[in-house]
Design a protein around this ligand. Structure first.
Ligand code: NAP
Length: 323
């Protein structure tokens, strides 16, 4: 099926890591009518502002990649901000999309929607089967609400208004546009910074917390953007065959995971750090394994393309550009 490249597509959060990758992907495909607003131009927690934006712009499609995001520490310190801002953004954007005739919308969630002790790999069916990780529960609840908003609008208005709102749940992402903050960043950007600084300072060793044995899954952000566009554009009959009205979200993972020790070695190689990597087993490890079951997405015909070594090489170039 040929794509209508003139469709007006609103990418919310276009300056974020995921939103900017979605814009790159759409532009590369030739979509020329992409609408964006910075946070300063449009605060998505402001109901009246979101309403007037949608009334004026009337987009055909919406990618909802704007969110208040942060690590476990930030989530645990500012739980009210995380739940309030995310609920407001989702409710405002999804409702105004509906009210202004948007037929397709893609909501981006996160793997933290799954119970803390969900069986591994975490399948879509694990949603709402157990207790969440308490330290980011407010954020996870807001993300679950986003999925349920999409499903509820579909169930009530799907047939009458021809709307089709979908959700994707990414695993850990990395790549251009990542946050390299020294204290408040995810594991890959934190390791890139540490190995880079160790290389520049000729440090003989880098010490990493924990045993190095926990396993984690990582997906390059341009793969995530490609998966997002793929899911958005799936034919409705096919999407419906692979999902259920009240379990409609789709996991997006790389498909396999690595140990933290393997990750550290691969980051060191990408950065060109040749010193020793030491693990400090007196520090906490976290969950032994966290990876997504991407069977549903793979069945639909999508697989990740960028392997860790290649993705990390590009991520390091990005780090050097911004630091
Ligand atoms: N990064 C990951 O590893 C990862 C993994 C799984 C899922 N995800 C999901 O992917 C989505 C995007 O994440 P990301 O990593 O791209 O985050 P990000 O880089 O922090 O980008 C989020 C964007 O949302 C904007 N935003 C926040 N609050 C806003 C508001 N009130 N009004 C308007 N814009 C607002 C931000 O603008 P300002 O910066 O100007 O506030 C920023 O451009 C999130 O839903 C996240 O849960 C990310």
């Amino acid at each position: 099926m040929s794509k209508d490249l003139n469709q007006k597509i609103y990418v919310a959060g276009h300056r974020g890591m995921v939103g900017s990758a979605i814009v790159r992907n759409l532009q590369a495909q030739g979509f020329g009518n992409i609408v964006t607003r910075t946070h300063a131009q449009l605060d998505l927690t402001n109901q009246a502002a979101v309403q007037s934006f949608f009334e004026v712009e009337k987009p055909d499609q919406v990618y909802l990649a704007a969110a208040k995001v942060g690590g476990i520490h930030a989530n645990n310190t500012f739980p009210a901000e995380f739940i309030y801002q995310n609920l407001m953004m989702e409710a405002n954007v999804i409702h105004q999309a509906f009210a202004n005739g948007v037929k397709r919308l893609l909501f981006l969630g996160s793997s933290c929607i799954y119970p803390k002790l969900a069986p591994q790999p975490m399948s879509e069916a694990a949603l709402l089967t157990g207790t969440l990780e308490p330290r980011n529960e407010p954020y996870a609840i807001a993300k679950i609400a986003g999925i349920k908003l999409c499903e509820s609008y579909n169930r009530q208005y799907g047939d009458s208004h021809g709307i089709d709102y979908r959700s994707v749940m990414p695993t850990n992402l990395y790549g251009p546009g990542d946050n390299y903050h020294p204290e408040n960043s995810h594991v890959i950007p934190a390791l890139i910074r540490r190995f880079h600084e160790a290389k520049v300072n000729n440090a003989p060793e880098v010490v990493i917390w924990g045993t190095g044995t926990p396993r984690r899954e990582f997906l390059y952000v341009d793969d995530m953007a490609a998966a997002s566009v793929f899911v958005m554009d799936l034919d409705k009959t096919i999407y419906d065959q692979h999902t259920q009205p009240m379990q409609s979200h789709i996991n997006v993972g790389f498909g396999s995971d690595v140990t933290i020790a393997e990750l550290a070695k691969t980051v060191a190689a990408a950065v060109g750090y040749q010193g020793e990597i030491i693990f400090d087993p007196s520090k906490p490890d976290g969950a032994p394994r966290k990876w997504m079951d991407s069977f549903r997405l793979n069945q639909l015909g999508w697989n990740a393309k960028v392997n860790l070594a290649a993705g990390l090489a590009t991520a390091y170039e990005d780090f050097l550009r911004v630091n």
